[in-house]
Design a protein around this ligand. Structure first.
Ligand code: ATP
Ligand code: MG
Ligand code: FE
Length: 336
């Protein structure tokens, strides 16, 4: 089964062809980062326009790279939420038009379910059940993937998402947008034990996260340094911040794995590309004898291959979308 997948929930216009949910035949991503960098973040209106300009070219390229025509595709999958409403509508409209014109089934996909599914591409042996740490720009969830498309949410963030915390801290020290990769690189020059930052625990909810206190501590540290005229040690600061985030993510995941006796762990979302997180999780899983999977760097951040994988399992479950498929900006995980 070959699926043409489209992703346009934020600032990447992406299309891919995925075979049987696991094999990537093509994966085209047009990133708008250069455009949005001027504004220090994604401007929804500008993103929508850029999606309109690129969507046809990107989908055509995905077919060409796969060496296939639209007629040879079995279904079209598209992200319909969560994300920005304008950008989502571009992808949904394009997918509907192509599916209708070519007489192919249409499958609406949850973007976060897509992030999780990137692991099926990364590891051909990975099968539910497994525990997945989802850490993206807008989400931080610890979930039990009970079956394909079936999730049990164990924990979530009470305030900022992990990626959001990276982006805000990066902006505060002048590293620019998007902050995650810049902090990752800068932290390598710093001492992660230089500054002691809080590791938040949410009372009564062992798997929940909170990053706003940590973010405030980073800002307070800078304000204090400015008042006393001290120079801000940017590398040490971001390395210490990163270590605080990574420690909490790893310890919560390990605790859930123990409590639920789950020996297979996966990571998903843009922050899963973080080198310190990948290394710390790898060491923790090695010590505990757990199997760990994470996507290659390019499949952690937004892409359409992951949507093609998720769409395949929806297809196998017999789920199809109608021509009334609409964008759902605040779609929740496991919701249809
Ligand atoms: P969501 O998936 O929740 O809708 P999104 O699509 O914007 O949000 P992703 O594409 O999954 O998020 O990931 C982008 C986020 O990942 C950004 O916050 C970015 O800073 C972060 N990120 C990317 N690479 C790294 C890295 N190496 N280290 C830390 N964070 C990173
Ligand atoms: Mg993006
Ligand atoms: Fe995403």
């Amino acid at each position: 089964i070959r699926i043409l997948a489209i992703e346009s929930s934020c600032d990447e216009t992406a299309a891919a062809v995925v075979e049987n949910g696991r094999t990537v035949r093509s994966n085209v991503i047009y990133s708008q980062i250069a455009t949005h960098t001027l504004y220090g973040g994604v401007v929804p209106e500008i993103a929508s326009r850029a999606h309109i300009e690129k969507i046809n070219q990107v989908t055509a390229q995905a077919l060409t790279d796969a060496g296939l025509t639209l007629a040879e595709i079995d279904a079209i999958g598209v992200t319909y939420g969560p994300g920005l409403v304008g950008p989502l509508l571009i992808g949904v409209s394009a997918a509907k038009a192509m599916a209708f014109a070519a007489g192919k089934p249409l499958i609406g996909v949850n973007h976060i379910e897509g992030h999780v599914s990137a692991n099926f591409i990364a590891n051909p042996d990975l099968k539910p059940p497994f525990l997945c740490l989802i850490v993206s720009g807008g989400h931080t969830n610890l979930v039990m993937v009970e079956d394909y498309g079936k999730f049990r949410i164990l924990g979530q963030t009470r305030d900022d998402a992990a990626g959001e915390a990276f982006d805000k801290v990066a902006r505060s020290v002048g590293l620019g947008y998007p902050g995650g990769p810049k902090i990752d690189r800068k932290a390598r020059e710093g001492n992660p034990d230089a500054i002691s930052f809080p590791r938040a625990k949410v009372a009564g909810s062992p798997y929940d996260f909170s990053f706003s206190g940590l973010k405030s501590a980073v800002l307070n540290y800078q304000n204090h340094a400015k008042m006393t005229g001290e120079e801000i040690p940017v590398a040490d600061l971001v390395a210490s911040f990163q270590k605080a985030v990574v420690e909490v993510l790893v310890s919560h995941t390990m605790e859930a794995a123990r409590d639920f006796n789950c020996k297979t762990i996966a990571m998903a979302g843009g922050v899963a590309a973080n080198s310190a997180l990948r290394e710390a999780m790898r060491l923790a899983c090695e010590a505990a004898g757990y199997t760990l999977t994470y996507p290659e760097l390019g499949l952690c951040t937004d892409n359409a291959a992951m949507i093609g994988s998720a769409a395949y399992y929806e297809y196998c479950a017999g789920r199809r979308s109608g021509w009334d498929l609409n964008a759902v900006p605040n779609l929740k995980l496991g919701e249809r």
